[in-house]
Design a protein around this ligand. Structure first.
Ligand SMILES: Cc1ncc(COP(=O)(O)O)c(C=O)c1O
Length: 385
């Protein structure tokens, strides 16, 4: 059998990782400023994380959600503590799309309504409703198309106000990333998130904070939406939650009540995934990784902003993007091939940086030196041509 060829791949085989470094099968060492799509939160193969999963595996790896699984409760408690959302309820699943799918369903169950407001350039995943709420027609299959989702301009309070004024009583929920990731690192303004909160309150709709990429401490706050100083009704999360072990979840406000059978999953919340996620939270707390994300992120942003050729440096904490135009179009590729540094991208011309939350200033310096050197080389090449 062949693999179903859906991914454009770099011809690199990573066989080992440690902290913010990975190694290929030729022993070549790479600095990781991408964390495999923002997934690596506490660094590769963190010893405490490895030990926790290993120990759990020796006891029991999986049993279904038909028995007591105390480690789920431990995880929920720790998540409440570290995120500050103490009164919230946790539903566990396996991925970001699944988290959003459940969040959207729950908003509809809770309100008895069908309409969902999403925003231009949003990415919420590839399952049925999540992909319908994703602003990319290229990945929406005909069967996923629905008139229940409306896309409004991002950060446009007037448009939101007007839509609620006309349709408020039909709206089940509003789903919004605190910082759009796939869309190119676009930060939701404080006023915009506050307006979403106020309108959802006024019309009894559900505010869903998609924190799959921007959450879990990446912004320096546990949920980047928290910068607005208002709570969402549901926070979806995944990526950094298991540091590569597949796990997702939604944190649900106390006024939304569960009913047996309302949501469910076979694998979600299994013992192994919970052990991984619990270890992540313990390390995030013990090593003060939110603080590190903020201080090192600020340093990284400042250093990037001091390179005039990089346009529009933006983001919060360790979720940073900048535009590379014209002569710098190949910068990302060169950073990987020549300097052995992984970075991410957002089409058409954004470089996205999403390193582990314990990345150091010294590692930032390595990236900055490489960018400066390559920017110079690319400019000289253009001049020579
Ligand atoms: C904001 C956001 N939501 C949801 C998802 C989907 O997550 P997953 O790929 O785990 O299904 C992603 C993935 O990139 C994302 O960035």
């Amino acid at each position: 059998m062949k693999l179903f060829d859906v991914y454009p791949l770099n011809d690199i085989t990573i066989v080992k990782g440690q902290g913010s470094y990975v190694w290929d099968d030729n022993g070549e060492k790479y600095l990781d400023f991408y964390g495999g799509h923002a997934v690596i939160s506490i660094g590769h193969t963190h010893p405490y994380y490895v030990k926790s999963i290993e120990e759990q595996l020796h006891n029991i790896g999986f049993y279904s959600n038909s028995i007591q699984i105390p480690i789920q409760k431990q995880l929920a408690e720790k998540l409440g503590e570290v995120s500050g959302k103490n009164g919230y309820q946790l539903f566990l699943c396996n991925s970001g799309a699944e988290a959003n799918e459940n969040a959207l369903k729950l908003a509809s169950f809770h309100t008895g309504r069908k309409k969902i407001v999403a925003f231009e350039k949003a990415f919420h995943g590839r399952t049925s409703l999540a992909v319908a709420a994703t602003d990319n027609k290229g990945i929406v299959a005909p069967v996923n198309e629905t008139e229940n989702i409306v896309f409004l301009p991002f950060n446009d309070i007037d448009a939101l106000d007007a839509y609620f004024f006309e349709n408020g009583n039909d709206i089940a929920g509003v789903i919004v990333e605190g910082i759009q990731g796939v869309g190119g690192i676009n930060v939701a303004s404080v006023e915009f998130l506050q307006a979403i909160r106020a309108l959802c309150d006024k019309y009894s709709a559900v505010y869903i904070a998609d924190s799959v990429q921007c959450g879990y401490g990446r912004s320096g706050k546990f949920f980047s939406h928290d910068y607005a100083g208002v709570n969402a009704d549901i926070y979806s999360m995944a990526k950094g939650m298991g540091n590569g072990f597949p796990i997702g979840g939604i944190a649900i406000a106390p006024h939304i009540h569960p009913k047996h059978g309302m949501l469910g999953t076979t694998f979600g919340g299994n013992h192994l995934a919970c052990a991984a996620a619990l270890a992540v939270l313990e390390i995030v707390e013990k090593d003060a990784l939110l603080e590190n994300a903020l201080t090192v992120g600020e340093y990284l942003k400042q250093e990037l902003a001091s390179i005039p050729e990089l346009k529009n440096v933006r983001g919060i904490g360790l979720m940073i993007g900048f535009d590379v135009d014209g002569e710098l179009a190949t910068l990302k590729k060169q950073l990987l091939n020549k300097y052995k540094i992984f970075t991410g991208e957002a089409k058409p011309n954004v470089i996205r940086l999403l390193p582990a939350l314990n990345i150091t200033k010294e590692e930032v310096d390595v990236l900055i030196a490489a960018i400066k050197s390559e920017v110079m080389a690319l400019k000289n090449k253009t001049v020579a041509v």
